[in-house]
Design a protein around this ligand. Structure first.
Ligand SMILES: C[S@@+](CC[C@H](N)C(=O)[O-])C[C@H]1O[C@@H](n2cnc3c(N)ncnc32)[C@H](O)[C@@H]1O
Length: 246
C-alpha cells in the first residue's frame, strides 16, 4: 500500500491508523533519522538522553525498547549502562534493518538485539525486564491502554516504565509558535525531503491529538504503574512520563 493522503487521526479506526503507521514506517525508513533530527531541530537527541538518564534502576540488567524503530533509544541506553542488555522491538522490518546496521557500527551487537514484534502483544514472559521504554511510538498506537498494559506486564515489580512522546501541551507563551510550526512549517519542510509528504501531515496531526500529560498519567496508573510523574521537555513540546511497576 502506498497512501499519499491520510484521513485525520480523529477519523481513523484503530485498524486504519495501524495500517497507515505500518505504511509510513516501511516507506520512510531510509530518511527517518535525517528527518527526525531536522524536524525536531535535533531536540530528539536531547529528549532521548533525558529519558535514558531516568532509566537508572539499582541492579538493572535487562532493558526493553518498544517501537525501537532505527534503535536510537536502545543504543543510547546500552552506551550509558555498560552492564545492561537491551532488546528493541518494532513491527516495521525496514526500520529494524537500519537499526541493526547502527548497532553493528556502534560495536554493541553483543548487548543490543533488535527483533520484530508488535507492541500490543510482546513476546516476553511477565516481569522479564527491569526497565521498559518507548520513544515517539505511543502516539502511533491507537490502543494505548493495551500497549501500556503490555509494557507493565513484561516489567519486573519495582522496575520502571518510561514513555517519551511529542505532544501538544506546550507552556502557554510557546503555544501559538508551536502550533504554527506543527501545522504550517513542519509538513512543508518535510515535503522538501520526502515524496510522501502526507506522512508529516499525519505526524503533526498525531502530535496534536495525543492525550494531555495528566490524562496519560492516569492511563499509566490504570495499567498497573504507580508513582507516575511527568516532565515537560523543550517548553512542553515533548513529555517524559515515568512510572514504577507495582
Ligand atoms: C516515530 S518512530 C520512533 C522510533 C524510535 N523509537 C525513535 O526513538 O526514533 C515510531 C515507531 O513505532 C513503530 N510502531 C508503531 N506501532 C507499533 C506497534 N504496534 N508495534 C511495534 N512497533 C510499532 C513504527 O514502526 C516506528 O518504527
Amino acid at each position: 500500500m502506498s497512501v499519499q493522503h491520510y484521513p485525520p487521526v480523529t477519523k481513523m479506526t484503530a485498524a486504519g491508523q495501524t495500517a497507515v503507521v505500518r505504511d509510513i514506517f516501511t516507506t520512510v525508513h531510509a530518511r527517518y533519522d535525517f528527518l527526525n533530527h531536522l524536524l525536531s531541530l535535533r531536540r530528539d537527541v536531547g529528549w532521548r538522553r533525558a529519558a535514558v538518564a531516568r532509566m537508572r534502576v539499582a541492579g538493572a540488567r535487562r532493558f526493553l525498547d518498544v517501537a525501537t524503530g532505527t534503535g536510537d533509544l536502545a543504543i543510547a541506553a546500552a552506551r550509558r549502562f555498560p552492564q545492561v542488555s537491551v532488546v528493541g522491538v518494532d513491527f516495521a522490518e525496514p526500520m529494524l534493518r537500519i537499526g541493526r546496521q547502527k548497532v553493528r557500527r556502534a560495536g554493541l551487537e553483543h548487548r543490543v538485539q533488535l527483533r520484530a514484534a508488535d507492541a500490543l502483544s510482546l513476546p516476553f514472559d511477565d516481569g522479564t525486564f527491569d526497565v521498559t521504554a518507548i520513544a515517539f511510538g505511543m502516539r502511533n498506537i491507537p490502543d494505548k491502554r493495551r500497549a501500556l498494559r503490555e509494557m507493565s506486564r513484561v516489567t519486573a515489580a519495582g522496575g520502571r516504565v518510561l514513555v517519551l512522546e511529542m505532544t501538544f501541551a506546550p507552556l502557554p507563551l510557546f503555544r501559538p509558535l508551536y502550533h504554527l510550526y506543527l501545522v504550517r512549517v513542519l509538513p512543508r519542510l518535510a515535503r522538501l525531503f520526502t515524496p510522501n509528504g502526507a506522512t508529516y501531515d499525519y505526524l503533526s496531526d498525531s502530535i496534536r491529538h495525543f492525550p494531555r500529560p495528566e490524562t496519560f498519567a492516569a492511563m499509566m496508573e490504570e495499567a498497573g504503574l504507580s508513582s507516575v510523574s511527568w516532565h515537560p521537555l523543550t517548553f512542553g513540546s515533548a513529555y517524559l512520563h515515568v512510572g514504577r511497576r507495582k
